[in-house]
Ligand binder design. Structure first.
Ligand SMILES: Nc1nc2c(ncn2[C@@H]2O[C@H](COP(=O)(O)OP(=O)(O)O)[C@@H](O)[C@H]2O)c(=O)[nH]1
Ligand SMILES: [Mg+2]
Length: 196
């Protein structure tokens, strides 16, 4: 069984993405400022003829732990829970793809935090695990949603991948771009897991 972990700031759309990928998952979604996903959790997902496990995670806090800014105390600063979860899965050989999820609507206000967290997780998995980005919230762009990346993604510095490393989507059921968004994310994932 291959494992995909979805990470991102609170409100990025991680749980909505899980519900899109695994109908019936019923992952709790919330617009509250407080994080509503309070634990990391796996869901079984069908893709083509295969299956994989997708993990919902607790949102990465936007700020840094105050201790991490003080050299002496840095070593005692606790990493975000999602980071500990990722490390554990990776050490057990149970991490095959990391999905960094972010809201295209909110990232205007969160550029620095987004790129910092993204780079931290990329550094944590190194070259062992591919990292892809899913941008949510783009239903108003219609079919131009795919162009969001070309116009906006430069702030994720060090991003070296082509189209096989990102998807720009909506996770809102009933919108015109929902079905094609779902296919875009599925092909992003299947391409990396080798599932057809
Ligand atoms: N407009 C829009 N809202 C979204 C989209 N994805 C998620 N949301 C909303 O953003 C809020 C947070 O979503 P959630 O999945 O709980 O985010 P999480 O904290 O990352 O798990 C909810 O109100 C969702 O309905 C999207 O593609 N478009
Ligand atoms: Mg959630």
């Amino acid at each position: 069984m291959q494992h995909v972990v979805i990470i991102g700031l609170p409100g990025a759309g991680k749980s909505s993405l899980i519900n899109m990928l695994c109908p019936g998952a019923n992952a709790q979604v919330s617009n509250n400022l407080e994080t509503c996903t309070t634990r990391n959790r796996p869901y079984l997902c069908q893709l083509g003829n295969g299956q994989y496990t997708v993990h919902d995670t607790i949102g990465i806090p936007e700020g840094d732990n105050w201790m991490s800014g003080i050299p002496f105390l840095k070593r005692f600063a606790k990493p975000p829970e999602a980071m500990q979860y990722v490390r554990t899965l990776m050490n057990d050989g149970n991490l095959h793809l990391l999905v960094f999820c972010m809201s295209g609507l909110r990232c205007r206000f969160q550029k620095a935090a987004q790129s910092k967290k993204y780079l931290k997780f990329r550094a944590a998995v190194g070259s062992n695990v591919p990292v892809v980005v899913v941008v949510t919230g783009l239903e108003d762009m219609g079919s131009a949603r795919r162009r969001w990346w070309t116009t906006n993604a430069q702030f994720l510095r060090n991003f070296d991948g082509g189209d096989e490393y990102h998807a720009c989507i909506t996770t809102i059921p009933g919108t015109t771009e929902y079905d094609s968004s779902c296919r875009d994310v599925q092909s992003l994932i299947s391409g990396h897991l080798g599932l057809r």
